[in-house]
Design a protein around this ligand. Sequence first.
Ligand SMILES: Nc1ncnc2c1ncn2[C@@H]1O[C@H](COP(=O)(O)OP(=O)(O)O)[C@@H](O)[C@H]1O
Ligand SMILES: [Mg+2]
Length: 383
Amino acid sequence: MSTADKIRVAVLYGGRSGEHEVSLMSATNVIQHLDRTRFDVVPIGIDKTGGWFLGDDILKKELNSPALLRLQQESERMLFNPDLLGKALQQIPSSQIIKHAGRIFDVVFPVIHGPLCEDGTVQGLLELAEVPYVGCGVLSSAIGMDKDVSKRLVQNAGMMTAPFLVIKSGQWEKNPQQFCDKVADKLRYPVFVKPANTGSSVGVEKVKTQAGLADAINTAFRYDTKVVVEQGIDAFEIEVAILESLEGDKDPIVSVPGEVRPTTAHEFYSYASKYLDENGAELIIPAPISEELREKVCRFAKNIFLALECEGMARVDLFLERGTNDIYFNEINSIPGFTKISMYPKLMAASGMSYSELLTHLIMLAINRHTRKTKLSREFLEA
Ligand SMILES: Nc1ncnc2c1ncn2[C@@H]1O[C@H](COP(=O)(O)OP(=O)(O)O)[C@@H](O)[C@H]1O
Ligand SMILES: [Mg+2]
């Protein structure tokens, strides 16, 4: 395929969340493994202040061991800054507009995690710009990010979550004791205290007695204005990768389930066990569960993907309770970790789809969705 015929994929990396560094790793891998016979890469970095910058195609520079992505902050390379919203989405020097008038890319692949990345905000911007993009749309991105709303929808669809309570910062400031009493009344310790909208266990604490509750809630409020307190489940942590089918009438593709087993040094799958400790957790693929349970888990995960209106891909994280084998929904990640050794690509690989095939599939889904949407009318049509 000649360069002119290749699809130009803008890989978004970095982002404004606490998962900025994770994104750099994920996006490095994505850029490395995109099928270069079909795609050209346009890396676009977002720094922590929200500035957008055109990056280098690291693969072209260092073929064998590309350096980790970094952000280049020369002002003339700036593409988009929130301050400029309403003025221009792509303020790019004309010299950099490579061959097509207008856009320097055909499709966007957001490889950014957490708030202001994965939560529908960037997706909304891309909708406004009428650009095809990979993964969940605005609605499911926002729902998936919110640990309260996603759980309520899952319960509504007839599936279980851990019992939980929610508190907003205004209520907490007014009457913390009232909420602590409610937790004592309705939930059993240990409980997990979480900001409603974060990822990578940022701000998540396990609390074993009432004495530690207020401090943990205060910590969580440093990250969000809404906090979720949920009852701990003594469980295996099971994750399933779901991928929308390229055939519109087919069910999504469901991977084999995997298990995440934090090592004994960690009380739970914390930020430290995920990223700071190299041996902080073991990924076991496939999860060592019976065939019957595997089927149940896969059906549960697929139904969650559908109930939450997901598109493209999502990783569904479940608890499989020790002793009872009851399945609980924990959370969904619409842009899961995407390094080659991350759970999502590994689960898909174990289910027969290579990392490069997965990337191609996701990009084709994005283009198909966009094509379908451009055919819709915004005006009333006479019958
Ligand atoms: N209700 C719960 N019962 C048992 N463990 C939990 C519970 N909630 C969270 N955890 C532990 O905390 C980790 C992080 O919580 P999670 O809700 O997945 O947040 P994040 O989106 O930051 O990954 C989980 O992977 C699990 O180890
Ligand atoms: Mg999690």
